[in-house]
Design a protein around this ligand. Structure first.
Ligand SMILES: *Cc1c(COP(=O)(O)O)cnc(C)c1O
Length: 381
């Protein structure tokens, strides 16, 4: 017997997040082709940490693998384990590195640690001995982030003594850019020259430097493997310029109730908004528990049938109130949908309103949203 509620997970959902896999795949192809524009055989990885920036790593990963992606990065071991279940064969690199004692977890799940300092390299080499097999290793050198990665002294120690890699297969040399979204910032060039020297001193291993914005710094930054995250999901890699990426997520919420209020009445917690005129107020089904940040008070808006509608009053945990006084009543009935993220208002736009970046908006996308995956034909080749 068929079960309608399960057949259509959006039927009873208060908010629906639609992820366009075709658009993510098209973004990936576009970045890969940017890397190959000069005729080099450059590969393009996919960074799927934080559940593929909120879009769903176990769905996005296989879709990108089908598109030709051969390298995947996550942050946590458990993200790697989850991804391994749907990507049985391809390399999965764990950016956060090798936590003490987790070597067997990496080996069991076929994950590759990004080795962030010498002690991790030593532990991984010991693991290769213990398990009696060559293990893949990624070496991350710090060229200026001062967060994770081999220090300059440690990198030099490795260059001086390649035997430190005995029993390991050097899969990749990598570093991470600090200000790639600011092309004019001299830190980019400084990091590039430090990374170049290291790569030159370690011949034979593929190298990777560029995140999304780094790809747009030009071919000098491309090396052998591009490493985009944000741009795959449609976040603008060129702040202040037109976004070259396709939109990948749309978020709609449902109107739960619409009510009339008189002039000079307040709406919501803290009586933080007061009507200047007789008004109609609609309440929609999402809130800060879904990643709709509390500091969006008095800043954000949503769209109903093409009308720009201001968010009013405090953001509640599960509810947001909007002023629909100027929207036709017929468009504001209970159950009607309201566009929260989409063509009219992107994650980058919402981030501006919330004084944060689109990375935080995307990775905060709620776990309570019904998720709908589409594979937009307009975006496929
Ligand atoms: C997150 C991350 C990336 C991807 O960065 P984007 O700016 O999202 O493209 C690449 N490399 C490392 C080491 C990262 O942590």
């Amino acid at each position: 017997m068929s079960h309608t509620a399960e057949a259509d997970p959006t039927r009873r959902a208060g908010a629906i997040l639609t992820v366009d896999l075709g658009a993510i795949a098209a973004n990936w192809r576009g970045l890969r082709d940017a890397g190959r524009a000069g005729g080099q055989q450059i590969d393009c990885a996919a960074v799927l940490k934080a559940d593929a920036y909120g879009t769903g790593a176990t769905v996005v990963g296989p879709r990108l693998a089908a598109e030709g992606c051969r390298h995947f990065f996550v942050a946590h071991i458990d993200e790697g384990v989850a991804l391994r279940a749907v990507l049985p064969d391809l390399p999965i690199y764990v950016l956060n590195g090798l936590l003490p004692g987790t070597e067997p977890d990496f080996v069991e799940h076929g994950l590759t640690p990004v080795l962030n300092h010498l002690a991790q390299l030593n532990s991984w080499r010991a693991a290769a001995q213990r398990f009696n097999r060559p293990l893949d290793a990624v070496i991350h050198i710090d060229t200026g982030m001062h967060r994770l990665g081999f220090s300059p002294e440690e990198a030099q120690a490795l260059v001086n003594e390649r035997g430190r890699l005995r029993g390991l297969r050097l899969a990749l040399l990598m570093s991470h850019l600090v200000v790639s979204e600011e092309p004019a910032n001299p830190i980019n060039g400084e990091q590039l020259s430090r990374f170049r020297s290291f790569v030159k001193a370690m011949p034979g291993a593929p190298a990777s430097l560029a995140n999304s914005s780094g790809i747009f710094l030009g071919p000098d930054y491309h090396f052998d493997l591009l490493r985009p995250g944000a741009a795959l999901y449609g976040i603008n890699p060129l702040p202040g310029q037109p976004n070259p990426m396709l939109l990948t997520v749309r978020l709609v919420s449902r109107i739960l109730q619409t009510r009339r209020i008189d002039a000079l009445q307040t709406v919501g917690y803290g009586a933080a908004w007061r009507s200047a005129r007789p008004s109609r107020v609609a309440t929609i089904a999402l809130g800060y528990a879904d990643g709709y940040f509390r500091n969006l008070i008095n800043r954000a808006h949503v769209y109903i049938a093409g009308h720009r509608v201001p968010v009013i009053g405090r953001i509640s945990m599960d509810l947001v109130t909007i002023d629909v006084t100027d929207v036709p009543e017929s468009a504001c009935q209970a159950g009607a949908t309201v566009e929260v993220l989409g063509e009219h208002l992107t994650a980058d736009d919402l981030a501006d309103h919330a004084r944060t970046n689109a990375y935080e908006v995307m990775t905060a996308l709620g776990r309570r949203y019904a998720r709908l995956y589409i594979d937009g034909p307009e975006n496929s080749q």
